[in-house]
Design a protein around this ligand. Structure first.
Ligand SMILES: *Cc1c(COP(=O)(O)O)cnc(C)c1O
Length: 389
């Protein structure tokens, strides 16, 4: 029997044709028609005024933080449950992460974020300081984990009240949006001061590695463009007044990305249909459930999270992962919690209570766009076989 992987790119659109055009024209470097078009289409899709492509999502986060003025002695509030990229990006700037707990949708807990600011920080002369570390809290970096939109309204209110930047990590949530509230109809990534995207091979669309920053702020977009192109201030004499980065996306990558973007809505439809199929089968297995989307948001359903209650199901998430692996089925627990990662053991964290519970229970199960109903049934069969009852 063939292997069922956790996630795989799906490349059956205009990818070959667009990449061929790059090769035939000789426009293969980080400039060219596809870079411009990919940025333009992405900005239109998200309803943002500007989009600047980057070599990957981590570079997008790094530059977005830098142009927001984040640096040493600053603190940035970030969830402990996330792929480590945004946490590392904070550290690249010399700033420190402040780790926040998650809510019931695996996203940064907005209520605890407010508590942290009110109880653990001091607001003086328009600046927010952590009482213990003395760091100046400059920004909130929410991550739309696995596609679920973050409860962003209260975070935006806090940002307004305490003059903080909001940099959204929408690497996993391209196409997710808000169904209700103040941001009804708004896409994730298009609400904060800047939104960062990733087009890595495992994301909902891929450019074979790539990223982008979207923003409505012209000045910010210009700064990002400059910083990602070695901060070249004079294109003839090559004058550089600051240290820049080579963080640009190549035309070939953009060609791939553009072709994939054309398929985004189709991918989301399939992901949501497969989620429903899984959910139908799983809902009558004792001790198991799938993490749902929040009532206020529409999720692209990038990853499916099975919540495994050890006592009732009969084994824990790691046990089920091993059982699935034996049958050639890929699955994975959520990331090791970031406040427990070695480089960040000394960083600040605030009342992390729910995240360790999800860490013990959650398991991501196959979610590729190419997954067939037959394969879903095969996954379910193994899950049922291992159930206590
Ligand atoms: C994938 C991912 C990134 C980083 O993207 P790369 O393109 O791999 O650098 C950042 N944040 C989150 C939440 C991600 O899942």
């Amino acid at each position: 029997m063939n292997r069922i992987n956790l996630a795989e790119p799906y490349i059956h659109g205009n990818e070959w044709q667009y990449v061929k055009r790059c090769l035939d024209s000789g426009w293969v470097s980080p400039a060219g028609r596809f870079v411009d078009e990919f940025e333009k289409e992405m900005a239109a899709r998200l309803g943002s005024r500007h989009a600047v492509s980057c070599v990957n999502g981590t570079a997008a986060l790094h530059t977005a933080l830098l142009v927001s003025g984040i640096g040493p002695r600053d603190g940035v509030i970030v969830p402990t449950i996330t792929f480590i990229a945004p946490v590392n990006a904070i550290r690249y700037t010399g700033a420190d992460p402040v780790f926040m707990d998650c809510d019931d949708y695996l996203n940064m807990d907005a209520e605890k974020t407010a508590d942290y600011i009110k109880k653990e920080c001091r607001f003086r002369n328009g600046r927010l300081y952590d009482r213990r570390t003395k760091n100046r809290i400059r920004a909130i970096l929410p991550v739309h984990v696995f596609g679920n939109p973050v409860d962003i309204e209260p975070l935006m209110d806090l940002a307004e009240e305490y003059d903080l930047k909001v940099i959204e990590d929408a690497a996993e949530s391209l196409g997710s949006y808000y169904k209700a509230g103040r941001y009804k109809g708004k896409e994730t990534g298009a609400i904060g001061d800047a939104g960062c995207l990733s087009f890595n091979g495992n994301k909902i669309i891929t450019s074979g590695g790539g990223g982008m920053v979207v923003t409505d702020d012209r000045l910010l977009a210009d700064k990002i463009r400059r910083l990602t192109t070695q901060a070249k201030d004079d294109p003839v004499r090559y004058i550089h007044n600051t240290v820049g980065y080579n963080y640009r996306l190549s035309n070939i990558q953009a060609a791939l990305g553009l072709a994939q973007l054309e398929r985004l809505d189709a991918f989301i439809r399939i992901k949501r249909r497969n989620f429903k199929l899984y959910d139908g089968y799983i809902s009558n297995i004792d001790g198991l459930g799938l993490l749902k989307e929040p009532p206020y948001g529409f999720s692209n359903m990038w990853f499916y999270s099975l919540i495994v209650e050890k006592r009732r199901y009969g084994m824990d998430n790691m046990g089920l992962m091993r059982a699935l692996a034996k049958e050639g089925i890929g699955s994975r627990p959520v990331w090791h919690l970031n406040h427990r990662q070695r480089p960040y053991l000394k960083s600040r964290s605030y009342r992390i209570e729910k995240a360790p519970l999800f860490y013990k229970k959650a398991l991501n199960i196959p979610c590729g766009v190419e997954l067939s109903e037959k394969e879903i049934k095969r996954v379910i069969k193994v899950i049922k076989k291992n159930a206590k009852r």
